[in-house]
Design a protein around this ligand. Structure first.
Ligand SMILES: Cc1cc2nc3c(=O)[nH]c(=O)nc-3n(C[C@H](O)[C@H](O)[C@H](O)COP(=O)(O)OP(=O)(O)OC[C@H]3O[C@@H](n4cnc5c(N)ncnc54)[C@H](O)[C@@H]3O)c2cc1C
Length: 471
């Protein structure tokens, strides 16, 4: 069993690092956190990087673990479904679930991070230092080199273990890779699309200019705009667009005239809500989107990667932060096992967790195509209607892939992926083979045989997967 007085150094006080510091502080460890940016509770950090996020049940489970679920609720705006906007300005709502209590939330990244920092600092065994950038980690000797942005001094910190929660560009991961001291596998795949944040400001009276309780999507096949509400009446809008493909792309949207022409043609109703479009467009950065996978996450019992540093994913399932929070829940459960040393803890953690973070990485790519394109496709819409009807009428017997991933925090992402994909395939096969008649019946008793067909077909597909070794 490991003594509690051990010194743990956490690199990065973002969402994952501040939650981890709070949990390890609660467990009695001596925790020191080093963050490269200034303290976001004291300094306004520039906009342009996912100001708000979709927060759902896996994240909520982590908040329950550390006892701050109710405080976090106050920062949340429920989003019951996707509000789809077509080119003519028509809208329709597609709920996330047929069960009323299942919805996702929009939450401010800064607000949530600040709360987690406050809660972590309540523990006298947790110290958080800002403006300290980690430059490299000596994973053999469990030390890390930092540069102090305020004094320009370099210094070295020693610890019993180091956990890096320093995001997609992790210094520890870089040290593993550059060190070439063990077999470290690493992949990074960029999408051809990048993103830019824009905004819909509140009305003069401070109200929302469009429906508050939805994640708005303007799907256009190869690109899309989404908008999530903020507590102050504004929406954070994100344009996802190719860097260089298609008639309009980030590389050719170089003048106010072309940007306005693009929005007028593709998103006229959004443009009406965004008189500030041009300022936002040219002030805010365009950033790439990528998936990072690597293995192993740890070196012996000395160092460990967690959160985006271990598994950065594209944002289309709204799960990156939720997965990073779930990392802390899984890690905490491994600590409960009282294993003999850190190496055994890190190994068990990776063995339990990696299959699930690999799965959500792949699901997030699938959802990129679903959001920008499939949501506007009639067969997809029929499938969603059927799933909503199943969830509403048979809440215990059916959960769609989206529900399995988002609202079923007690099953892993991999299980959600395998079952969810099999269900999708089953429904689409049955619709295209004419085995499900459209339009769907209204009465519950006529829906039951359809559900039974879908369950049977799903089981057959899962059995094929098992035989093929996928499960
Ligand atoms: C456009 C976009 C939209 C997203 N939307 C969602 C969503 O809706 N829902 C969702 O669940 N997830 C979403 N995500 C993913 C989410 O942002 C990440 O998964 C989450 O922030 C990961 O948390 P983290 O703490 O691991 O990393 P980060 O939040 O990146 O935090 C890393 C921290 O480490 C610090 N740091 C970095 N390098 C160093 C260093 N060398 N030394 C010291 N400190 C360092 C950083 O300053 C930062 O504070 C989105 C991501 C993007 C890009």
């Amino acid at each position: 069993m490991i003594e509690k007085q051990q010194n743990i150094l956490i690199i990065g006080a973002g969402l994952c690092g501040s939650l981890l510091a709070l949990r390890l502080g609660q467990r009695g460890y001596n925790v020191m956190v080093m963050e490269k940016r200034p303290d976001l509770r004291k300094v306004k950090i520039s906009a342009g990087r996912s100001i708000n996020l979709a927060f759902s049940d896996r994240g909520i489970k982590a908040m329950k673990l550390v006892g701050i679920k109710d405080k976090v609720r106050e920062l949340c705006i429920p989003m019951n479904g996707r509000m789809i906007h077509d080119k003519e300005g028509n809208t329709f709502m597609s709920n996330y679930s047929g069960r009323d209590h299942e919805y996702i939330n929009s939450i401010s990244r800064g607000g949530l991070n600040a709360l987690l920092l406050d809660e972590a600092e309540e523990h006298e065994n947790v110290a958080i230092h800002f403006n300290k950038k980690c430059k490299s980690v000596d994973f053999e000797n469990t030390t890390a080199r930092f540069s102090d942005y305020l004094t320009n001094d370099d210094f070295i910190e020693d610890a019993d273990i180091i956990i890096a929660t320093d995001g997609a560009g992790s210094a520890l991961r870089q040290s593993y890779y550059m060190g070439k001291k063990f077999l470290f596998s690493f992949s990074q795949e960029y999408l051809t699309h990048g993103y830019k944040e824009l905004s819909i400001l509140p009305t003069k009276e401070g109200d929302y200019k469009t429906f508050k309780n939805a994640l708005h999507i303007w799907p256009r096949g190869d690109f899309m705009v989404i908008a999530l509400p903020n507590l102050d009446g504004s929406f954070t809008v994100t344009l996802f667009l190719s860097y260089d493909q298609g008639e309009y792309n980030f590389n050719n949207l170089t003048s106010p005239k072309i940007v306005e022409e693009f929005f007028k043609q593709e998103f006229p109703d959004a443009l009406e809500l965004m008189p500030n479009l041009i300022d936002d467009f040219f002030e805010n950065p365009t950033a790439p989107l990528g998936t990072v996978k690597c293995s192993p996450w740890h070196y012996k019992g000395n160092t460990l990667l967690m959160g985006d540093s271990a598994h950065a994913i594209v944002p289309f399932y709204g799960q990156g932060m939720n997965a990073s929070f779930e990392d802390v829940v899984v890690f905490d459960a491994v600590l409960d096992k009282d294993l003999e040393n850190w190496e055994a803890i890190f190994e068990t953690y990776q063995r339990n967790r990696k299959k699930d973070t690999d799965a959500i990485a792949d699901l997030a790519i699938d959802n990129f195509h679903e959001m920008k394109d499939h949501v506007a496709n009639p067969i997809f819409q029929e499938k969603r209607k059927l799933e909503m009807a199943f969830e509403k009428n048979f809440p215990v017997d059916y959960s769609s892939k989206y529900s399995l991933v988002t609202f079923n925090e007690d099953i892993g992402y991999r299980e959600a992926m395998l079952r969810g994909r099999a269900q999708d395939k089953a429904i689409l096969n049955l619709i295209s083979d004419g085995e499900i008649e459209l339009p769907l019946p209204d009465q519950k008793k006529r829906l039951r045989p359809i559900l039974e067909k879908v369950i049977k077909e799903t089981e057959a597909i899962l059995e094929d997967d098992r035989i093929a070794g996928l499960k």
